[in-house]
Write a protein that binds this ligand. Structure first.
Ligand code: SAM
Length: 264
């Protein structure tokens, strides 16, 4: 496979193009694409992943690209392939529900500057997501998969692991891209759970974790002051050490707190 590098690479759009065919094959294999799948790629760029996706068994491939320089190229591909559709627009603004009525497999080498926000947006439309197989910065993947007690455990880990199973698959070195990014990347697979790990209201859990991790070094009873009339007593009643730091609390603990806020 050869790639077309007549396109420019804009830093502002996170344009680091994959050039290593082995990595491309491994990413596509990791998505376990089946004939009944509709695949969504955000940011096809010059198409390192896209051509592999078009040649996969999936019955439909949809792609969203913000940069107009690629659009004529993808429109000509669309003319020749019944299963490919390009949408010129911003992946942050296009809702999954406007693309599909049934769940999508999202496969993408996400632009670094908007990768986290794209995932957070998709969490709002999880019934339309079958799985996400994504390339992100290594440190973002670590923040997503980290367990309680580790330095990268925080709001993102709690929210995503509460709703989805997460698995880091492998690292990708800067040399796999052109131009080479400064950081190492990782591939992650995220699969929505049939139901969240523990009962809680998402907006309340988001509020609790935002407060708790505003200052990681602060005791939980101090960070959550104001949530309840007697924060320390509520935490004790929930079986949570009020002097603990947020990073040692489990997802179950945060859900208990969110439910207590709801009852409040
Ligand atoms: N898929 C190609 C590859 O793997 O080589 C390109 C990946 S490159 C890291 C990110 C791509 O996302 C670029 O094509 C960029 O133009 C596009 N992009 C950046 N921001 C976007 C956004 N908000 N919505 C849709 N596409 C975006």
């Amino acid at each position: 496979m050869t790639f077309d590098y007549k396109f420019s690479a804009k830093k502002s759009l996170g344009q680091n193009y994959l050039k290593d065919p082995n990595i491309i094959r491994k990413i596509i294999a990791s998505a376990f694409i089946q004939p009944e799948d509709t695949v969504l790629e955000v940011g096809p760029g010059p198409g390192a992943l896209t051509h592999g996706l078009i040649n996969s068994p999936a019955h439909q491939i949809m792609a969203i690209e913000k940069d107009g320089q690629f659009i004529p190229h993808w429109q000509s591909i669309m003319m020749n392939s019944k299963k490919f559709q390009i949408h010129h627009g911003d992946g942050l603004k296009i809702k999954l529900e406007s693309l599909s009525k049934s769940p999508l497999k999202i496969v993408a080498n996400l632009p670094y500057n908007v990768g986290t926000q794209l995932i957070i947006n998709w969490l709002e439309e999880l019934p339309l997501v079958k799985s996400m197989t994504l390339m992100l910065q290594k440190e973002v993947v670590s923040r997503i998969v980290s367990p309680p007690g580790s330095k990268d455990y925080g709001r993102l880990s709690i929210l995503i692991q509460w709703l989805c199973t997460t698995e880091k698959l492998f690292d990708v070195p800067p040399t796999a891209f052109k131009p080479e990014p400064k950081v190492t990347s990782s591939i992650i697979r995220i699969v929505p759970r049939p139901t969240p790990l523990w009962p809680a209201t998402k907006s309340v859990l988001e509020k609790v974790t935002a407060l708790a991790f505003q200052q990681r070094r602060k005791m939980i009873k101090k960070s959550l002051q104001g949530l309840f009339p007697e924060t320390e007593k509520v935490l004790e009643r929930l079986g949570i050490d009020p002097t603990a730091r947020p990073e040692i609390l489990s997802i179950e603990d945060f859900c208990k707190i969110a439910r207590a806020v709801g009852d409040n």
